[in-house]
Design a protein around this ligand. Structure first.
Ligand code: UDX
Ligand code: UDX
Length: 469
């Protein structure tokens, strides 16, 4: 009988996932641990506005579970000791140096988590991969756990481990709904008892037919494939935005017509400035690396193209802005609306806003940023990325505002990069009186109502749309 579960990594995945486990399984004790003390303090903060991540509905569930059966702690050893199941939910960024740099995932934190589990676990422990990982990482974890048993000083105390893969499919911004009503729960492994133990936890709220079991490798590969397919749809529709702009097509109409084919479906066909988030790029790069490793260059190139198209989309948007502003951005003030990689999250990892803003800054533009949830510090960290030279040259051209109308004053252009609901309510007639003419609105998320803008003197460019060009 599973009583205690522990999750290593209190991030965008570990935090919400364990909160839902605690909420749906009141008989369980759930402890989320992290090496980052500051983050744990924020998770424990009395003021729920201070949680380290913003996710709609999360604070409510934390309020009813925290310190009842949900605990956030830095005492990793104790939590592992007590745990019947340990979830590994640490980050796995792309390696920046060495073999596989720029493509393979850096598994150093997964490895160190496995070593810590090997050292402190007691009795039989089920170790669950929650992080998205390259295929066959479970083997690495298994070898570490098995070898540490051999090295243990106290050979009388033999501990046993089972390894399962249980990928997360939650999307930020809708994480709680995705966790509470999942399309499917995937459990990969070979040890029936452990699979059933984890399955029993999910059965507290997930219908049995939605829980599927596979081999470890199929589970790991399914996660990469699902993300690659989702990203591929976005690159596909984004490629057509460019075709619409030159042919006079309308991407919304095309997307609707295509999506109504039940074989295709209407989800993930929204055009945008390029996909961001911590997973899509990383997972495709992992897939590409895997294919190259196993000598499948045609497959590797096929998936690599999805990323290339994504980079191209950001570049062509930036170039379009420069072109419309007479090829010169110096002395021009541009308001960037939205910095998160999508609405309803404060996460900026791989956000299209980062590259587009950097390119505009390199052209000499002065940028004013407004995002309802992303902090000023986060935006600066993303723009400078420990690059002191950039910091010196950019800093005088960066400012922040928490009021769209104030920020619009004297601006030459406004660029909408994240689809925050509040941007849909902007009074464009009012904005047109505040900006410097000729003033431009660049809409990459189809936020602005065409009729509203037509009544103003604003120039309007909408992604995938030639009509108002
Ligand atoms: C997740 C997944 O786990 C990753 O595989 C996926 O591809 C992206 O999403 P996420 O929860 O979004 O990661 O990452 P993050 O918000 O950075 O949280 C990871 C946490 O793990 C951090 O708080 C970090 O401090 C913690 N950590 C890292 C540990 O506690 N121990 C470590 O050894 C390393
Ligand atoms: C994704 C997967 O959806 C999720 O299953 C996985 O577990 C983690 O990675 P996430 O990155 O949080 O989730 O958000 P998602 O909604 O998939 O959006 C990713 C990016 O694609 C965002 O930048 C978003 O703006 C963009 N996007 C999404 C589009 O441009 N168009 C769309 O139609 C959908």
């Amino acid at each position: 009988m599973i009583k205690n579960i522990c999750c290593i990594g209190a991030g965008f995945v570990g935090g919400p996932t364990m909160t839902v486990f605690a909420d749906r399984c009141p008989h369980l004790n759930v402890t989320v641990v992290d090496i980052n003390e500051k983050k744990i303090n924020l998770w424990n903060s009395n003021n729920l506005d201070n949680l380290p991540i913003f996710e709609p509905g999360l604070a409510e569930i934390i309020r009813r579970t925290r310190n009842i059966n949900l605990f956030f702690s830095t005492n990793i050893e104790e939590a592992i000791k007590q745990a019947d199941i340990v979830f590994i939910s640490v980050n796995t960024p792309i390696k920046t140096s060495g073999i596989g740099a720029g493509e393979a995932s850096d598994l150093k934190w997964v490895e160190s988590s496995a070593r810590t589990i090997a050292e402190f676990a007691e009795g039989h422990t089920i170790v669950v991969e929650k992080s998205t990982l390259p295929v066959r990482t479970a083997q690495v974890i298994k070898e570490i756990l098995d070898n540490n048993q051999i090295n243990k000083k106290n050979i009388n105390k033999v501990n046993t481990f089972s390894i399962l893969s249980n990928p997360e499919f939650l999307a930020e911004g809708t994480a709680l709904n995705d966790l509470e009503n999942p399309d499917r729960v995937l459990i990969g492994g070979s040890d029936e008892l452990s699979i059933n133990a984890l399955k029993d936890l999910y059965l507290n709220w997930v219908p049995i037919e939605k829980i599927i079991t596979t081999s470890l490798w199929s589970s790991e590969l399914s996660k990469l494939t699902a993300n690659a397919f989702l990203a591929q749809r976005i690159s596909s529709i984004n490629s057509i935005t460019a075709v619409c702009e030159v042919t006079g097509g309308n991407i919304k109409q095309v997307s609707k017509a295509v999506g109504l084919d039940s074989r295709i479906g209407d989800k993930f066909l929204n055009p945008g400035p390029g996909f961001g988030g911590s997973c899509f790029k990383k997972d495709i790069l992992n897939l590409v690396y895997l294919c190259k490793y196993f000598n499948l260059p045609v497959v590797a190139n096929y998936w690599d193209q999805v990323i290339k198209l994504n980079e191209w989309q950001k570049e062509r948007i930036y170039k379009k802005i420069v072109e419309k502003l007479f090829g010169n951005l110096s002395e021009k003030r541009i308001l960037i609306l939205g910095f998160a990689f999508k609405a309803n999250t404060n996460d900026t990892r791989e956000s299209a806003a980062i590259q587009i803003s950097k390119d505009l800054l390199n052209e000499g533009a002065s940028l004013v940023f407004y995002d309802p949830k992303v902090t000023k510090k986060q935006i600066l960290d993303d723009l400078y990325q420990i690059d002191e030279i950039k910091k010196n040259s950019f800093s005088k051209n960066i400012s922040f505002s928490n009021d769209v109308y104030n920020a619009a004053k004297g601006s030459d252009a406004i660029i909408i990069l994240t689809e925050w609901a509040e941007f849909k309510r902007i009074d464009w007639a009012m904005i047109s009186t505040l900006m410097r003419s000729p003033s431009w609105i660049f809409d990459t998320r189809d936020i602005v109502n065409d009729n509203d803008i037509k009544k103003t003197s604003l120039n309007y460019w909408k992604l995938g749309n030639a009509q108002l060009d």
